[in-house]
Design a protein around this ligand. Structure first.
Ligand code: FES
Length: 125
């Protein structure tokens, strides 16, 4: 499968607003996002492991003030933004689903998988 360009590197600042995009997860349209933590890009489905709802507080806002923890806006589950592992709250040990992203040449790319694929109308959210 080919790499899909998601956004420009400049679109995601360390600990800042995440960049949202659309994906199909097991054939169902949902959103995903990329954030930058420790100057590396990390990407997860925008789907809490507690209840399958979007997690952002405002559009693209996932990280707490530390810039290292994703907090779900619905009931406050918290996840390590470096690996998506549950840190506490209603996620009860269940991690986020991660996506395979890389960064080169000032751009961020996503490698689709068997379960997370490109929607027919593209990834723009
Ligand atoms: S839906 Fe995310 S904490 Fe409940």
């Amino acid at each position: 499968m080919t790499n899909i360009r998601v956004c420009s590197s400049a679109d995601i600042q360390e600990g800042g607003i995440g960049y949202r995009f659309k994906v199909l997860y097991n054939g169902e349209e949902t959103s995903a996002f990329v954030v930058r933590v420790d100057n590396e890009v990390r990407s997860f489905l925008n789907r809490c492991s507690h209840v399958a709802v979007e997690m952002d507080w405002n559009y693209g806002e996932f990280l707490d003030d530390s810039g290292r923890i994703i907090v779900c806006a619905t009931h406050g589950a918290s996840y390590d933004a470096t690996d998506g592992n549950c840190l506490g709250g209603p996620c009860s040990g269940s991690p986020l689903v991660s996506l395979d992203v890389t960064e080169h040449g000032g751009e961020v790319f996503w490698q689709p998988s068997n379960t997370i694929t490109v929607p027919p109308e593209g990834i723009e959210d």
